[in-house]
Design a protein around this ligand. Sequence first.
Ligand code: SIN
Length: 485
Amino acid sequence: MSTNSFIIDGKTPINGEWVGADSGVTFPVYNPANGEVLGQVPDQREAETNRAIDAAAAAFEEWQWSPVKTRHDILRKWFSLMTEHAEELARLITLENGKPLADARGEQTYSASFIEWFAAEAMRAYGDHIPATIDGVRNVTIKQPIGVVGIITPWNFPSAMITRKVAAALAAGCTCVIKAPSETPFSALALAKLAEEAGVPKGVINVITTGSSSTVGKILATHPIIKKISFTGSTGVGKVLASQCSSTLKKMSLELGGNAPFIVFDDADIDAAVAGAVICKFRSSGQTCVCANRLFVQSKVYDEFAKKLTEAVSKFKVGNGLEQGITHGPLVNAKAAAKVDEHVQDALAKGAKTLIGGKRGEGAFYEPTVLINIADDAVVMKEETFGPLAPIIKFETEEEVIKKANDTEFGLAGYFFSRDIGRVWRMAEALQVGMVGANTGLISQTSCPFGGVKESGWGKEGSKYGLDDYMVLKYVCMGGINSRR
Ligand code: SIN
């Protein structure tokens, strides 16, 4: 039995009280590495969600007017507490998500860094002075918090996807209701516990756990008190939420699915490209929105790249992420492993060849896989696999690969490797994505804007732009001001 003091059984914070579900019903949370039940969380529904929204609305009355220095200090304290408890929080991420401890430690640092970042950004929500074009007035803009925010996050980054939103919301002066992912709710509850200890007032952060995400999601998306929804997850669910949000014209931030191209030109440093593919394709066993989904390799270096990537993958150690030396853990559940297998079997049926992997393991495990000879109509060319499958596609020209890379409704991230500076600029400009990795497979940084174009979403998270997504810009025109006495 795994122990972790942050496994908070059967209760979530609503209006500063840790409460269960009105029905008394709970549901289990599993360790995907071995199926062990880690604990239970409440199955909260409509009544609890409405109470959480009311609590956030009441808390907003005070929090929105709190001095930015107060918000900064509380967020800094929260960051310090996360740092103090870093190892246990990282272990919690591994327990409920399955990612290896080294990756979980990375996520924990990444997660805390959003709180540190937005603590500072709270102090920089500047407005403008705008020169008057008519007599007797002065113009300024001020930024104000948008109001109560509904936050819906995924299981692939149980901690960081929450802080990237909540820290920005709190820094802006907003309060929130978080619907925690049902697969990985304990990291959300741990964050809330530490926020409380750091002095975040009651009702500012409320957390709902539920067996019916669609019920709670719909309440958040349609409730008139909620002024903004921030969602990370699939494009399908994002579209449902967007249509629900239209009833009250809520502002939305949507960080949705991707189908990232990863392109290797024949002038690339092939070893660097292989290292980039390992991190970009196989980080978190391929379960990140910015993971490479289609690997395009120019014909001259195709065989060399495929061979070297296969060698690199053969060195992976797959297993329980808490064990020493494990580089890759299970997927989040058996359903996720089944989806990877569907993509593999479809590609094989259409003529692909397996260089390594290609089989399901026990439960939620899937072997890291490299396939070549991918048909244009293979499912993996269109759909995000969200698992450890690297399909390698041969191409001849820059023009051809740009066309293929952009032939998707998604536009989150894109990567390429080339040592030709002209090509680097051309590719960076040609890829229809929100984020580009040129000669790197790892782009995520707290200080840089995270977000996509096309059906990969709206808005930017993190960075100096992330705070604006939680604020409204107000223009104030002051009249009756004579220029001369
Ligand atoms: C995501 O998968 O949505 C986030 C990945 C990241 O921040 O690197």
